[in-house]
Design a protein around this ligand. Sequence first.
Ligand code: G3P
Length: 218
Amino acid sequence: MQLPIIITNFKTYETGTGSKALELAKIHAKVAADLKVSMAIAVQPTDLVTLVASVGFPVFSQHMDPVSYGSSTGHILPEAIKGAGAAGTLLNHSERRIPMDQIRASIERAKEVSLFTIVCAADDEEAAEIAAMGPDMIAVEPPELIGGDISVSTSDPDLIKRSAEVVGEGRLLVGAGVKTGEDVRIAVELGAAGVLLASGVTKAADPEAVLRDLASGL
Ligand code: G3P
């Protein structure tokens, strides 16, 4: 993936689901092309096929299970999201936490099918533990700031510095409350290779304007 990058997690917002997800993805594609910045999106597995066909940048699944072909009803099969065109998967998002042994197994399964892994961590300590498992990137998001108006960049710049040290160059994303180009600029300056955000874009009245502002921070 080309870094630095802005990744929008569509979560299960109405604006990030089905036909509305397609509209929002196209706005990302327009801004990414206009401003020549690197962007990606993380979407619900049911929207992967449609969105992959409509945008020219990486589309991630929001989750994946470390299962194989066979009897795993209701799980998200790595081969299935790969086949749907996903570039990779988020794992262990604060809203979809999984145990450490499952993170390890999921990273291994993702590697087997060449899916890029972005594993979320609540703080730098957890990031260090996960970094040792060899994911492609780690996204540090303080849970208490997720969905709020105060960004990780302004409220806890030290966390970004500490996380960059333990995670290593080009492997850290940060998120939670990120909404402006200034939030992005601070994060990148402190050692992040990009941001992972949601509500700043998914709840915006004018997502294109927000994305243009965010991109100005890269
Ligand atoms: O995955 C991104 C997310 O958890 C941050 O959400 O709404 O604070 O940008 P938000």
